[in-house]
Write a protein of this length. Sequence first.
Length: 330
Amino acid sequence: RVGCRLRLVPLPPNTCVSLRAPMAKRSMLLWPVFCERLLLPLLLAGGSLPLTCRAEDADGEGVCAAGGACSSAKGAAPGAAAGRGQRYYWPQQKGDVNRTGLSPYKAPFDLSGGPKWAWKDKDHDVTRFTPLIDDERNIYHATLSGRFYKFSPDGVMLWEYSSGYHVPTVPALMDGSIFFSRLDGYVTSLDMKTARLNWQTKISNVTGHDTASIYAIDGLVVSATQIGPKEVRGMGDNNAVVALRASDGSHVWTYRHRWTTFNWQASSPGDGTMVFQDRSGGIYRLSLGDGSVIWESGVLDRSEDDFTTGAAVVGPNGLVYAASNYRGSG
């Protein structure tokens, strides 16, 4: 049991602060985080986390990094809620490195006027990826056959690129580049402005056909893939995670896990680590620096009959949330 006294401190309007404290192993402590008209209790376990607060104004909610000034939703910097190293409105699947799917911007409710613009794919490709949005509100669209398109906010096509091979993964934006992996095991980086090829690195012979997501964080590009004698171009057969340097595509580390993943997706609390789960209910926390395993948890008696399409995420309370079906139940 941990006791603490609460003291209210006057703060300037629209200011967020985070309180960080070292903690003994396995201890938990409840700290308050103050923002104007908002009291957000956060549960921090085993260390400290970078926090994000919200402040309300006349027009709605704004977003700020803990310790910084809050701005209104209209004037918020792009990627303010995206986490470490992000400066785009929607740089990767679910928007940020925590995979929250949270946006500080209001969506229109009156849709009677129809879309502002529309585009028809002349190739009739299949798409199963989230559109990405950069700091200038340009939109990046990818298809399963490996075609990429960049549109202006008004719907003008700015460039078109063909990778020459199937792309099963959700791309990601970071530091002026768009990253994706192909079915034949290549990870590719393109210049966002010109679609010029920056680099291409082969990490394996096969990447699974399911919809894994590229993870772009802290100058790294992390991709799920298949490594080993059972390489099959199937769904949910990725058994490894590979990290490359975003600047030049050089190999940083590889981690192989026993149980395969399906629709691989990583999440990070912003402390130099990431978490993900396999399709049988196992959860892993790795160091982004060298790929070493910090811990592995989840269902202990895993089997090939256990299957999930879900993914582990880190909540604002510092806890990891995951779900899995059990013994062929889903």
